[in-house]
Design a protein around this ligand. Structure first.
Ligand code: SF4
Ligand code: SF4
Length: 243
């Protein structure tokens, strides 16, 4: 690990966050039909930020599992401070690709290299990708990057290779605080689905105003600090639905 990577891991980040209704079928989906994956599943993640201790075990395990190159991240835990009068809060927010149901990264790809699977995961076909970075620019979450070793777009895949082997994503498997829960949101008996249902609308998604309909949900975000991070007008908003 380089010095710069260590700095980032312990450094302070800023976030924008919010809530959005989930859109089952979108114009983007109609124009870019889903390919592969199990159509009966809908993969998603629920992150309980109250359980995240900011240890970055998830970040490190992702780097190792997916051979993420230096100075790039498929997931990271942003740490930020917010002032509310005399009160100063320090918060952590695990971040990754949201595997949006309405992903702006998909329609901009000129060669169809980035697409949604039928299980909802948004993936990149490295053999087709020409490295133009249109998708990187289109993602409102800064969740993509161009891998400087492969010269193709790179991002979280929900550890598709591990899912195929019946395993959990590496970040979920290694989460020290048990903050990350992954599962099939179509399955009423999955832990992820149960967590969302139990949250009764308190689960939130990042940047709801973008209309991306993320499949990564957050529980325990503090509404008191909405919009208070310098340089960002929107942190998060109360959910209208919880997926
Ligand atoms: Fe695409 Fe970004 Fe949404 Fe991931 S978070 S699906 S990269 S728009
Ligand atoms: Fe498509 Fe690759 Fe260009 Fe992204 S970088 S838009 S995946 S060709």
């Amino acid at each position: 690990m380089t010095h710069s990577r260590r700095d980032i891991l312990k450094g302070i980040g800023t976030i924008t966050a919010g809530a959005a209704a989930i859109v089952a079928t979108t114009a983007a989906e109609a124009a870019n039909p889903r390919q592969g994956g199990d159509p009966d599943r809908r993969w998603g993640m629920v992150v309980d930020v109250r359980k995240c201790i900011g240890c970055q075990a998830c970040t490190i395990s992702c780097i190792m599992e997916n051979k993420v190159p230096e100075n790039s991240y498929r997931t990271i835990v942003a740490t930020y401070e917010v002032k509310d009068g005399d009160r100063v809060g320090t918060y952590v927010l695990p971040r990754l690709c949201n595997h949006c149901s309405n992903p702006p990264c998909v329609p901009v790809c000129p060669v169809g290299a980035t697409f949604q699977q039928k299980d909802g995961a948004v993936v990149v076909d490295g053999d087709r990708c020409v490295g133009c970075a249109y998708c990187v620019q289109a993602c409102p979450y800064d969740a993509r990057f161009i891998n400087h070793e492969t010269n193709t777009a790179d991002k979280c895949t929900f550890c598709a290779h591990r899912l195929a082997a019946g395993l959990l994503p590496a970040c979920v498997e290694t989460c020290v605080g048990g903050a990350r829960t992954f599962g099939d949101l179509n399955d009423p008996n999955s832990t992820a689905r149960k967590l969302l249902d139990a949250a009764k609308g308190e689960a939130k998604v990042l940047k709801p105003e973008q209309g991306t309909a993320p499949n990564v949900f957050y529980i325990g975000l503090d509404d008191r600090f909405q919009g208070r991070v310098e340089g960002h007008q929107t942190l998060w908003q109360p959910s209208k639905t919880h997926g």
